[in-house]
Design a protein around this ligand. Structure first.
Ligand code: ASC
Length: 156
């Protein structure tokens, strides 16, 4: 009897240690380099999908409603995600984020919100080509505004 009680206590202890370790690993704040990778990955997916819409809007690609819808939905769904990953300490490594992002964070947040506001209208706008063209223009302006102010230019 004594031995099996001992084994149960040990088992419960081991399980507690294991669960605590797993939970702590998942709950931990992402490392700054992970934040940079995350926001760059999300912007990459947004850019890929928005460029499909851009090509359709410019007539470089035929208007395929299902494709436009899918791309618009992705841009909208991802539009808020990168902006949670510009926290303090994430101005590190290789990236094009302008230091102004961390110095004038309220203005950066405003620019991000303009993009999110216009991106939210993309899925409904994807229903027909004329509406899509207008909304791609409106979203594109918010992309450009933020890039002009908060993305460092590529060195020539
Ligand atoms: C794009 C893209 C941008 C915006 C911007 C719109 O397709 O990659 O950054 O549109 O150029 O003016």
């Amino acid at each position: 009897v004594n031995k099996s009680v001992h084994q149960i206590v040990l088992g419960v202890f081991a399980l507690t240690v294991a669960l605590t370790t797993v939970c702590t690993a998942f709950a931990a704040e992402p490392k700054p380099e992970e934040e940079v990778r995350y926001r760059q990955s999300v912007f990459n997916v947004i850019g890929r999908n928005f460029s499909v819409l851009g090509a359709i809007a410019k007539g470089e690609r035929p208007f395929d409603q299902a494709l436009a819808q899918k791309s618009a939905n992705i841009v909208e769904a991802l539009s808020t995600l990168p902006f949670g990953s510009f926290g303090p300490g994430t101005d590190i490594g290789t990236h094009k984020s302008d230091p102004k992002i961390w110095k004038e964070n309220a203005k950066f947040k405003e620019a991000a919100e303009k993009f999110q506001f216009e991106a939210a209208k993309l899925p409904a706008a994807a229903k027909d080509l004329d509406t899509l063209k207008l909304q791609v223009g409106a979203v594109g302006k918010t992309c450009k505004a933020c890039h002009d102010d908060y993305r460092v230019k590529d060195k020539k």
